[in-house]
Design a binder for this molecule. Structure first.
Ligand code: SF4
Length: 406
């Protein structure tokens, strides 16, 4: 049987930069988009040759705003992936979309080339909050796009919402959440806004960020107590509407969990394509260059005919210099990641998986930590698995930090 591989494709373009965003994304003209997609096609072809022993289980086209690109670009990318890789018939193929950028033609094209999941970044159902965030769309545009997607035939839609926004109250957030739930998407993600240095948001709210960190009240940012209330009430609302929390920030109707993200948390191998994209292959974690120019130029060095590629697989990778960083994750690092990522999921980790991967029982390494948190009611230990309790999930950062080894 071929080894499983997940693929992530990064589209670093957006219509306009949101005020809080520090992702690798920027507006770009048509010529730049053209050159970038051509480079992506070359990279896809290259790795397809190197991954003949793999079978692709999920593809995630993220960004940036992939749906801002003309549909033909997305079609070209997916077609090339299909030519270059063995893609499972039941593969989950997702694309990230921003409201206001979708059209019927785009949606029909996505569906036609096999996209079966849309992930729509709404962030808020309140137009005043969308404006504050510098989003390019209104809530009404989101609803029109959402309904269009349903009409065209999408049966698996995820919607992202953001909490902890400046001036947000529990009422405001729950209002957004109720409106989204009323549309019945299969999946809802609820993330907290993190105000990152280097963004216009940071310049605007930096004093409040520092005050909040010091545990002081601020004028603009919701306190930790308010954030806690928002999350507790959101959880209840989602649960009563049939959404199961399956990860710290993710909720889904039964069997609509994101397979791609579960792969990350289970440390499946994934290949990141495009600038800044990260990969994890056979315990080597590496990221592509963040420079658009270097990326485009380096992929031009890939010879057209794979027959001209000589030497070992590693030799071929070495022929182009797309990678900014590469680290071999040693055994202790693998164990930490296994716990750190696996315990983000409400199902936790299985003892069998741990033993298969590391050839020892989990208690041999984490006996003390597990006993301590089990005693505090934050971890549940059963014969077959270990997982965080609901209370443990609420303080997951604190608990997970204890799984790092010295
Ligand atoms: S749409 Fe997403 S990636 Fe693009 S600027 Fe806004 S937050 Fe950043």
């Amino acid at each position: 049987m071929k080894k499983e591989l997940e693929i992530y494709v990064h589209i670093p373009f957006c219509m306009r930069k949101c005020s809080y965003c520090d992702f690798l994304s920027a507006p770009a003209d048509e010529t730049t988009q053209n050159h970038y997609v051509a480079a992506l096609l070359r990279e896809i072809r290259y790795y397809g040759e190197l991954c003949r022993d793999r079978e692709v289980s999920t593809i995630y086209i993220g960004g940036g705003t992939p749906s801002w690109l003309q549909a033909v670009y997305i079609e070209l990318i997916i077609k090339q992936l299909r030519v270059s890789f063995a893609i499972r018939k039941d593969a989950e193929i997702s694309i990230e979309c921003n409201p206001g950028t979708l059209t019927k033609e785009k949606l029909v094209t996505y569906l036609g080339c096999g996209v079966n999941r849309l992930s729509i970044g709404l962030q808020s159902a309140l137009n005043e909050e969308l404006k504050l965030l510098g989003r390019v769309h209104t809530y009404e545009q989101f609803v029109r796009n959402y309904e269009l997607a349903r009409e065209v035939g999408f049966r698996n839609i995820s919607v992202d919402l953001m909490s902890a926004l400046p001036y947000q109250t529990p009422q405001k957030f729950l209002n957004s959440l109720r409106q989204v739930i009323a549309l019945r998407p299969e999946h809802i993600s609820v993330y907290s806004l993190i105000i990152e240095k280097g963004t216009p948001f940071y310049d605007k709210y930096k004093f409040d960020v520092v005050k909040k960190e010091a545990g002081m009240a601020t004028e603009s940012l919701p306190s930790e107590d308010v954030e806690y209330e928002i999350f507790q009430r959101s959880k209840e609302l989602l649960k009563s509407n049939g959404y199961r929390r399956y990860e710290v920030s993710n909720f889904a109707k039964p069997s609509y969990e994101s397979r791609h993200n579960i792969g990350y948390w289970k440390r499946s191998d994934y290949l990141g394509l495009g600038i800044g994209a990260a990969s994890l292959i056979d315990n080597v974690r590496y990221s592509n260059t963040k420079s658009l120019d270097i990326y485009i130029e380096e992929t031009k060095r890939i010879r057209r005919d794979p027959a001209e590629w000589e030497g070992t697989d590693n030799g071929r990778i070495g022929r182009i210099n797309l990678h900014e960083e590469a680290d071999l994750i040693e055994r202790n690092g693998q164990i930490e990641e296994f716990m750190f990522l696996g315990l983000r999921m409400t199902d936790g980790i299985t003892r069998k998986d741990f033993e298969e991967n590391f050839h020892m029982p989990i208690e041999a390494i984490y006996g003390d930590v597990l006993a301590r948190f089990a005693g505090e009611g934050l971890i549940e230990r059963k014969e077959g698995f270990v997982r965080l309790t609901e209370q443990g999930m609420d303080v997951s950062n604190y608990v997970l930090a204890h799984f790092l080894m010295d």
